[in-house]
Design a protein around this ligand. Structure first.
Ligand SMILES: [Zn+2]
Length: 348
């Protein structure tokens, strides 16, 4: 089911509940009035034939469900919640390390696809083989088709070896921040996003095979390179989120990112009061999943906090990740999208 079909079904159900409630109230009022009629007043034939009289005994008021939708419960009122995002980090960590081709990787993919399908997104797996290992990129779509396509991405695989770990370099990276955090932000964004004001269709891309670069002859961003070859469309841009959950959050400009889109996103962060965490100065130039997009001329921004001492160690664990950090990044993306999500005019 597409998101739009889901939305119209919801409107239909709300309408039905309102109709039944209204009919029942009318019926009860009519019954009460009827019982107070003088005994000598004859029942009119029109009253006896009224459909309200038929409905009345079927829907006694006490068994009616309470109204389920109020104006404050509309999609527009939902705000990205860091605690909800954190639960997606926990769920991924429960699968264990999630390197490409592992059972834990497949379980994570299933979790991502199921979560998004339940939220009404259209989901697909794009399987591939790389260096003899089976991987899969995942994509979820929602919103108006036929116009601009706005891609938001994260990698969901974790690094096979913690080769920067001084004690256990042969152990796998747990990937709480480097892996789970970006996925968690996109999953919570999928729940809260109000598509009504987004000018385009949103694609959420979950890349496999990002993080085994320089191990066993693998390249970094292998999965996203395959994604770009297979996607068959030219998106307006890619916004990548990677390592965004560090409790000690400092997100600098990434040097290979698109200048205009980068400035626009950091300006939204400042507007939301996050200027202490989104610092508009370049600190690193990184090879990440945005590069295959940028090489095709697609504006691409990497939102990444690379000042993370646990990077590619066994210490990349959930205690290093904070809900507040996830929430700041998520709210920047939500605000950007709900203001239209268009690529900014230069200078804006
Ligand atoms: Zn990594």
């Amino acid at each position: 089911m597409t998101w739009r079909a889901n939305s119209s079904l919801r409107r239909w159900l709300v309408g039905l509940i309102v109709l039944i409630t209204g009919l029942t109230l009318v019926a009860l009022f009519w019954q009460r009035t009827g019982s107070e009629l003088p005994a000598n007043r004859p029942a009119s034939s029109t009253q006896a034939a009224s459909p309200v009289a038929v409905v009345m005994p079927t829907f006694p008021l006490p068994s009616l469900p309470p109204p389920t939708v109020t104006p404050s419960a509309t999609q527009a009122a939902l705000l990205f919640d860091g605690g909800a995002a954190m639960s997606h980090v926990e769920a991924q960590m429960a699968f264990g390390p999630r390197p490409t081709g592992s059972d834990a990787s497949r379980q994570t993919a299933e979790y991502i696809l199921t979560t998004l399908a339940d939220l009404g997104w259209e989901v697909e797996s794009w399987p591939f083989e790389y260096q003899g290992v089976e991987g899969q990129n995942l994509v979820a779509r929602a919103g108006e088709a036929g116009g601009p396509i706005l891609v938001f991405g994260a990698h969901y695989d974790t690094r096979l070896y913690a080769d920067r770990d001084p004690v256990a370099p042969q152990d796998p990276v747990p990937g709480a921040n480097d892996g789970a955090s970006g996925v968690a932000v996109l999953l919570e964004l999928a729940r809260v996003l109000n598509h009504g004001t987004v000018e385009g269709q949103v694609w959420l891309a979950f890349f496999d095979a990002e993080d085994n670069g320089d191990l066993d002859g693998w390249e970094y961003a292998a999965g996203s390179r395959i994604f770009v070859e297979q996607m068959g469309i030219t998106p307006e841009y890619l916004v990548l989120v990677d390592m965004v959950g560090d409790a000690d959050q400092d997100i600098y400009y990434e040097g290979n990112s698109d200048l205009h889109l980068r400035a626009h996103l950091w300006a939204i962060a400042a507007e939301l009061g996050y200027e202490a965490y989104f610092i508009p100065e370049v600190r690193y130039y990184l090879q990440d999943d945005h590069i295959p997009f940028a090489e095709q001329g697609i504006p691409a921004v990497d939102i990444i906090d690379f000042d993370y001492p646990y990077w590619h160690t066994t210490e990349d664990t959930i205690d290093k990740v904070s809900p507040d950090s996830l929430e700041r990044v998520g709210r920047v993306l939500q605000t950007f999208l709900e203001r239209g999500g268009s690529y900014p005019e230069p200078g804006r």
